[in-house]
Design a protein around this ligand. Structure first.
Ligand SMILES: Cc1cc2nc3c(=O)[nH]c(=O)nc-3n(C[C@H](O)[C@H](O)[C@H](O)COP(=O)(O)O)c2cc1C
Length: 184
């Protein structure tokens, strides 16, 4: 498939079937995704994979760490994401310099899109999510993030239950102008 076709075919998908996703294969795809552009080769990323066992353990650890009265609502919230067979957590190291951090966030976006396109090309569905709780200290501590790390995305991954059509976009042409000298 041509790269253009893969780009247009990619769609955020949250309905998965039972088919297992091979974690080693995902890591193999990440080996290519990390060739994303990144300034000064800071390679700001790291990844945490929650597979079926990891999801159960994480939910147990996280729910135990929060007040009892919040557990049910938090569990309901988390389940929206944790229905995916695999969750891949994209983690970035924070930079003291805001310009560096901006560049690193952009690099994370490039890397994430590389990864989503690779998944699409192998018929694996995904949904990039950034729920509010990714910034919650207890959530981050449970994931064993250090204080200078942030989550830039929780990627739901699995094989699709149904086929979804991509959403259409406004034409790039309608958002493009060609700069020319007034004298011409
Ligand atoms: C940085 C980023 C964060 C996102 N976070 C969420 C999210 O928290 N919840 C959600 O429903 N979609 C989230 N999305 C997915 C977008 O809603 C989705 O890409 C958009 O609707 C276009 O649909 P498509 O991906 O199917 O083309 C996020 C996308 C990006 C790039």
């Amino acid at each position: 498939m041509k790269l253009e076709d893969i780009m247009i075919k990619r769609v955020s998908h949250a309905k998965f079937n039972e088919k297992e996703v091979d974690v080693e294969f995902l890591i193999q795809l990440l080996e290519s995704a990390v060739y994303a552009p990144n300034h000064k080769m800071r390679e700001p990323w790291r990844f945490i994979i929650l597979d079926s066992l990891g999801k159960i353990q994480f939910l147990k650890d996280y729910l135990e760490s929060i007040p009892k009265e919040d557990r049910e609502s938090t569990q309901t919230l988390l389940n929206k994401l944790f229905i995916a067979p695999i969750i891949l957590v994209m983690v970035m190291k924070k930079e003291p310099n805001i310009r560096d951090e901006k560049e690193d966030l952009l690099a994370m976006g490039a890397l994430t899109q590389n990864f989503l396109l690779l998944l699409t090309s192998y018929g694996i569905s995904s949904f990039w999510k950034t729920p509010n709780y990714i910034d919650d200290d207890l959530f981050k501590t449970t994931l064993r993030l250090s204080t200078d790390e942030i989550v830039t995305g929780m990627i739901m991954i699995g094989y699709p239950l149904v086929k979804l059509n991509p959403k259409t976009r406004k034409q790039a042409r309608s958002k493009t102008s060609i700069y020319r000298s007034n004298d011409l």
